[in-house]
Design a protein around this ligand. Sequence first.
Ligand SMILES: O=C(CO)[C@H](O)[C@H](O)COP(=O)(O)O
Ligand SMILES: [Fe+2]
Length: 219
Amino acid sequence: MKNIIIAPSVLAADFANLQRDVEMVNNSQADWFHIDVMDGAFVPNISFGMPVIEAINRHAKKPLDVHLMIEKPDRYLEEFKRIGATNITVHYEACTHIHRTLQQIKSLGCVAGVVLNPGTSLSVLDEILPDCDMVLLMSVNPGFGGQKFIESTYDKVRRLRQMIDSRGLNTIIEIDGGVNQETGTKLIEAGADALVAGSFVFNAPDPQATIANLKNIQI
Ligand SMILES: O=C(CO)[C@H](O)[C@H](O)COP(=O)(O)O
Ligand SMILES: [Fe+2]
């Protein structure tokens, strides 16, 4: 059975009860905490920054998967490492020198990932795929939780799986946005390795059971 990585997105947690929600994830079958950082410039929303992530990290017992929706992320990579980031993913669309940025993330000892917006072609990965530990495909336009899943993502996942396998790489394919039991199952069938889920988990009557159901998707 395939080991599916589940990363609940803290963006959908109750910020007034953040420690409670962090403990819920600690005690669940989730693998990572997904942390969305938005700067109000690269995306039309502002989420939270360093002090909040540092506070999450004081209680989190699982790796922090930090998704940077910020312009020129190079300016803050060291700081994100210092406050606990395990994985750092940067948007292709936000980086002028993506190769250098990936090397910087790796030199900090973090898992380095590139994120592609729904409107960005997989062809931009041609040169840099061997330098990516992970590729995160957005299945909504970044900036907000609770959006509708974009159906063309399935085919994009299949094509990325093919690119990775045909080059003998073991790059992780992560998907973010509108993931639920139905879309999650189809994404795993298409070749995804890791699923981010925000509102589907935190708005569920039983978030831990919802995480378990995603973790145990059978294909
Ligand atoms: O990066 C993101 C948005 O830009 C979030 O990770 C994503 O929105 C998760 O939320 P949901 O599962 O509710 O769609
Ligand atoms: Fe995200």
